[in-house]
Design a binder for this molecule. Structure first.
Ligand code: UD1
Length: 352
């Protein structure tokens, strides 16, 4: 069996890691195509290095652009790659423009396509990610869902016959990296003079939060008003938008720092008092690490984190400040994201 994975953005490299390892272990031929959507070394190369992912076989070098330009350039480049490679499966990951381009390219060429992390829904059609994931699900031949709730969404859309529950591959990676960094004090503490359990870690990058000046100013002001230090890990989109709007990333209790490599992020998250984010993956990582999460969005795809009491959805302003300062919830033993062996089931599903 020959599987061709298409990835392009930071969270996709994390999802790729356990699939690449499982493919190697089981002797599955695996071709990695990097679209080039994320090209900064800290958003791309360090993930391949730290998670021991083989270098991409093909790099499309697409880079930044408007949604149409970026997605279109990927589509144009992928046609030739799929025709040359003739894989048994194209595997697409998550909800980025790279996901949509690869799913469309494969389905048009009649190459079987599987969507990993299928069935997630925010039901917010203003989000580019929601459009990407819905389109990818409906284009794909095999839908690999992380949770029961995701399976339910697929069934509601008439896609149950093509769906399989495999668990969450990000959980596979997180549990391994958590164990690997255990006992190592995170470098961030010494670097920023922080005390264990006395700071929050924040990431903000979604278009809904960064692309409107007033909204972005409100988010940054709220982070600065939290009653303990908040370390904001700066995504390039955030830096660019803050510069355009003349906003500072450091005031009050807010400190800014460039993005962390994945093992450093896991260690820092575990040492933090809480996470404040609009990322999808980090909400779930906080849950799995037993760290309270405050999500700066009106809805989440990872609803289990909210239902189990570890995640709170807030608007910027008083609600954000109050939520970020709340005390820890009661621990849960629920494991809605699988057992850390999702990648095995993904390769099983592709082999059957
Ligand atoms: C993309 C995904 C989002 C995912 C996120 C993870 C889409 C529609 N969005 O958002 O779902 O959560 O990745 O980070 O696919 N830039 C750089 N260097 C880079 C990459 C981007 O400077 O290596 C800049 C671009 O020039 C652009 C901005 O960051 O100005 C946004 O990049 P883009 O890849 O379009 O989307 P993300 O915001 O990263």
């Amino acid at each position: 069996m020959k599987v061709l994975s298409v990835v392009g953005a930071r969270p996709q490299f994390v999802k790729l890691a356990p699939i690449a390892h499982e493919a190697t272990t089981r002797g599955v031929e695996h071709v990695i195509v990097h679209t080039g959507q994320h090209y900064d070394p800290m958003l791309s190369d360090v993930f391949f290095r730290d998670l021991q992912i083989p270098d991409p076989d093909v790099h499309l070098g697409v880079g930044s652009g408007s949604h149409g330009v970026q997605t279109g350039a990927m589509l144009a480049a992928l046609d030739g790659v799929l025709e040359a490679q003739q894989p048994d499966w194209v595997l697409v990951y998550g909800d980025t423009n790279s996901t949509l381009a690869a799913a469309l390219s494969a389905v048009k060429l009649h190459v079987p396509v599987a969507h990993l992390e299928a069935g997630l829904r925010s039901f917010n059609r203003a989000m580019p990610e929601e459009i990407n994931r819905v389109m990818a699900d409906h284009a794909a031949d095999l839908l690999l869902a992380p949770t029961e709730i995701a399976m339910g969404h697929l069934a509601d859309e008439g896609l149950a016959g093509r769906s399989a529950l495999v668990g969450d591959v990000m959980t596979d990676v997180l549990l391994q990296v958590r164990d690997a960094v255990a006992g190592r004090p995170p470098a961030l503490l010494a670097e920023l003079g922080l005390e264990q359990g006395a700071f929050s870690l924040a990431t903000i990058h979604r278009a809904e939060n960064t692309d409107d000046d007033d909204r972005l100013a409100a988010v940054l002001d709220s982070l600065a008003m939290v009653d303990h230090p908040v370390v904001l890990l700066t995504h390039p989109r955030l830096v660019a938008k803050a510069e355009e709007s003349g906003l500072t990333l450091e005031h009050g209790n807010l400190r800014a720092r460039s993005p962390l490599a994945y093992p450093d992020l896991v260690a820092a998250a575990q040492a933090s008092r809480g996470i404040i984010t609009d990322s999808g993956g980090l909400q779930k990582e906080a849950f799995l690490l037993g760290v309270p999460c405050t999500t700066v969005r009106p809805e989440t795809e990872w609803v289990e984190t909210v239902e189990l009491g570890w995640n709170v959805l807030v608007e910027p302003g008083e609600a954000l400040v109050a939520a970020a300062s709340r005390s820890r919830p009661i621990a849960t033993h629920a494991t809605p994201y699988g057992d850390g062996h999702a990648a095995t089931r993904v390769i099983d599903s592709l082999s059957n």
